[in-house]
Design a protein around this ligand. Sequence first.
Ligand SMILES: [Zn+2]
Length: 216
Amino acid sequence: MKCPRCASPCPPGATHCNTCGFSSERLRRSLGDQWIRLERITDAAHCLRLEDYQRCEVQMDDFERLLPQSFFAVYLGMLPVGLKVAELGFWLLNQGAFNTPLVQKRNDFGIVLVLDPAVRELSLTFGYAIESYFDEATQRRLLERAAKQLKFQDYGAAIRGLIQDSLAVLQRHAKRQLRKPLHSGILPEIIVQPLRSGVPIPQTGHRQSFGGRHSS
Ligand SMILES: [Zn+2]
């Protein structure tokens, strides 16, 4: 796994980062360690117009129809000082119970986008089961494309692009594993398990600044 604050590699099961001192335990103590119910789109920053919201919902439905065990969720909000977008993404994927049309979903197959329009940063956090499909170059490509749209404050287009690009990455890997066209849209190794019953699992995520400002 990688540290959600500094992206340094951490050994599996590690609860803190030896490079920057990030601690998942401290994050849970500060933000809470209970499951929280969330919609797939939380627009606490009021960035999305109704049309954007609806079009993103449609795209999320398509994503889930094609990959029934996976989901894509979005949090737009101004984060407290000191909390990084990737840290919130990490926490959301560990503690969030996302309200999706299909209940058989586990957060380790989920993707959470966190976008803070105030500091102009965004991050993608991938569940443990799919993070290996999104290597560093892939994540950078996705985020850089979104950052271009965000320069024009086109939040809806940026989100839809990220959903589409993430879907394409997952489908490409599923196809490769099946060695035949993806008809069912099911990642072959996915086994449906009870709703988020597992213990919190480590995630990894990358962040991207879209205002020419990079956080560290
Ligand atoms: Zn770190």
